[in-house]
Ligand binder design. Structure first.
Ligand SMILES: *[C@@H]1O[C@H](CO)[C@@H](O)[C@H](O)[C@H]1NC(C)=O
Ligand SMILES: *[C@@H]1O[C@H](CO)[C@@H](O)[C@H](O)[C@H]1NC(C)=O
Ligand SMILES: *[C@@H]1O[C@H](CO)[C@@H](O)[C@H](O)[C@H]1NC(C)=O
Ligand SMILES: *[C@@H]1O[C@H](CO)[C@@H](O)[C@H](O)[C@H]1NC(C)=O
Ligand SMILES: *[C@@H]1O[C@H](CO)[C@@H](O)[C@H](O)[C@H]1NC(C)=O
Ligand SMILES: *[C@@H]1O[C@H](CO)[C@@H](O)[C@H](O)[C@H]1NC(C)=O
Ligand SMILES: *[C@@H]1O[C@H](CO)[C@@H](O)[C@H](O)[C@H]1NC(C)=O
Length: 307
C-alpha cells in the first residue's frame, strides 16, 4: 500500500541524486558545517547547553545545487519559532550560476516545484557575504526553493526544502526527497513534551494522548540537558511491555539514549515499526518514571497517503 501511493516516475531521477548527495561527507556535515554539535560522548558541555538559533542552510555546503536540502533539514531539525535561517550563495558572475530563495505557496507546489504564486524572498544578489537571513516568525510550514533557471534548480537539483516551525512544541520537517522515494507522504518530527522537553513532573501520557496519532517513520525528539550540579540526569529507555510500563519496571529495558544524548538538538528516535513503544526515563531506578511521570507509549499507524 505504501508503495502504491508513493513511487512515481519522478522518483527515479531524484533517487539518483539522493544517492550522490548522501555521500559520507554530506552525512558528516553538521549544522554550520562543524562537528561541535555531536551528541554522545566527547561533546562540549558549554557548547551543548544552549542551542544556536542561527542556522546556516546546508552548513558548509551553503545554498547551491545538487546538495540534498531535504535530508539536511531533517538532520538539522527541529527548527523552532524565531530561529534564523541563513542562505549563503555567491552573486552570479561569468562563471558562477545565480541562486535565489523563494517561498512556495503550499506543499503541492513544493512537490512539483511550481513557482506560481511563489514569493521571492532572497534575490540573486542577497546571498553574498554574510548571507541572506530569514526568520521563522510564524508557526506554519515554510517551503523554500531556488527559483533560478525556471525552477530547474528546484526540480533537478534538489535546491528546496520544507521547514515547519511551531512554538517549541510540534515540529514537522518534510522529508521530501526521501519520502518521495518511498511514499510521497510527510514524516513528522515532534519534540517530546513540546516546550517542556523531557523533564521530571510533566505528564507525558497526557502529552502522547493529545499528540496522537503517531505514524510509522515519525521522529520523536527527546531534549534534556546534560546533568550538572544543579540539574538532574535524564535518559530514555524502551521498556519491555505494558506490564513493565505500568510498574515502571526497568528489568530487561533497553537504553536508547544516555544522560548526555538529549543535549543540544536532542536525541532523535524514529518510530520505524507499527508496534507499541514504551518510553521511560530510567534514572533513579524508575523514580523519574513513576513519580516523575516520565513515561508514555505510542503505537504508530500506517501513514495516510495524502498527496
Ligand atoms: C566549549 O565551547 C565553548 C563555547 O563554544 C568554548 O569557549 C570552550 O572553549 C569549549 N570547551 C572545550 C573543552 O572545547
Ligand atoms: C546546569 O545546567 C543548566 C541547564 O543546562 C544551566 O542552566 C545551569 O546554569 C547549569 N549550572 C551549573 C552550575 O553549571
Ligand atoms: C551561531 O551560528 C552563527 C552562524 O553560524 C555563528 O555566527 C554564531 O557564532 C553561533 N553562535 C553560537 C553561540 O554558537
Ligand atoms: C518570537 O519573537 C517575537 C518578536 O520578537 C516574540 O514576541 C515572541 O515571543 C517570540 N517567540 C518565541 C517562542 O520565542
Ligand atoms: C565569480 O565568483 C566566484 C565566487 O564568488 C569567484 O570565486 C570567481 O573568482 C568569480 N569569477 C569572476 C570571473 O569574477
Ligand atoms: C496523566 O495524564 C493521564 C492521561 O490524561 C491521566 O490519566 C493521568 O491521571 C495523569 N496523571 C497525573 C498524575 O495527573
Ligand atoms: C519507513 O521507512 C522505511 C525506510 O526508511 C521504509 O522502508 C518504509 O517503507 C517506511 N514506511 C512507511 C510506512 O513510510
Amino acid at each position: 500500500m505504501g508503495l502504491k501511493c508513493g513511487v512515481g516516475l519522478v522518483a527515479l531521477p531524484i533517487l539518483l541524486l539522493v544517492l550522490i548527495s548522501m555521500a559520507p561527507t554530506s552525512l558528516a556535515t553538521a549544522r554550520n558545517g562543524g562537528g561541535s554539535r555531536n551528541w554522545g560522548f566527547g561533546f562540549n558541555h558549554t557548547g551543548c547547553a544552549q542551542r544556536n538559533s542561527t542556522i546556516v542552510v546546508g552548513g558548509s555546503e551553503h545554498w547551491h545545487f545538487g546538495f540534498d536540502y531535504s535530508a539536511w533539514a531533517f538532520r538539522n531539525g527541529p527548527f523552532l519559532l524565531n530561529d534564523t535561517l541563513v542562505f549563503k550563495y555567491d552573486p552570479p558572475n561569468s562563471t558562477t550560476f545565480p541562486h535565489s530563495v523563494s517561498l512556495l505557496k503550499d506543499f503541492r507546489s513544493f512537490i512539483k516545484c511550481d513557482f506560481k504564486g511563489a514569493e521571492l524572498v532572497g534575490s540573486v544578489a542577497q546571498g553574498g557575504g554574510k548571507g541572506f537571513e530569514f526568520v521563522l516568525k510564524e508557526s506554519k510550514p515554510y517551503y523554500f526553493a531556488c527559483g533560478e533557471h525556471e525552477g530547474k534548480h528546484c526540480t533537478s537539483f534538489l535546491s528546496k526544502m520544507a521547514v515547519i516551525s511551531r512554538p517549541g512544541s510540534y515540529i514537522r520537517t518534510t522529508l521530501l526527497v526521501l519520502a518521495f522515494v518511498f511514499t510521497v507522504s510527510e514524516a513528522t518530527m515532534r519534540i517530546v513534551g513540546g516546550s517542556n522537553h523531557w523533564r521530571f513532573g510533566f505528564n507525558y501520557s497526557a502529552w502522547a494522548l493529545t499528540n496522537a496519532p503517531f505514524y510509522q517513520n515519525d521522529t520523536l525528539v527527546f531534549m534534556y540537558d546534560p546533568p550538572n550540579s544543579t540539574t538532574f540526569p535524564h535518559s530514555v529507555y524502551l521498556l519491555r511491555n505494558h506490564n513493565s510500563f505500568k510498574a515502571c519496571d526497568l528489568n530487561g529495558a533497553k537504553l536508547v539514549a544516555d544522560t548526555m544524548q538529549g543535549c543540544g538538538k536532542g536525541f532523535k528516535f524514529v518510530l520505524m515499526k507499527r508496534k507499541h513503544y514504551y518510553f521511560a526515563c530510567g534514572e533513579r531506578g524508575g523514580f523519574h518514571c513513576s513519580a516523575g511521570l516520565m513515561k508514555f507509549y505510542v503505537k504508530p499507524l500506517l501513514p495516510p497517503c495524502n498527496v
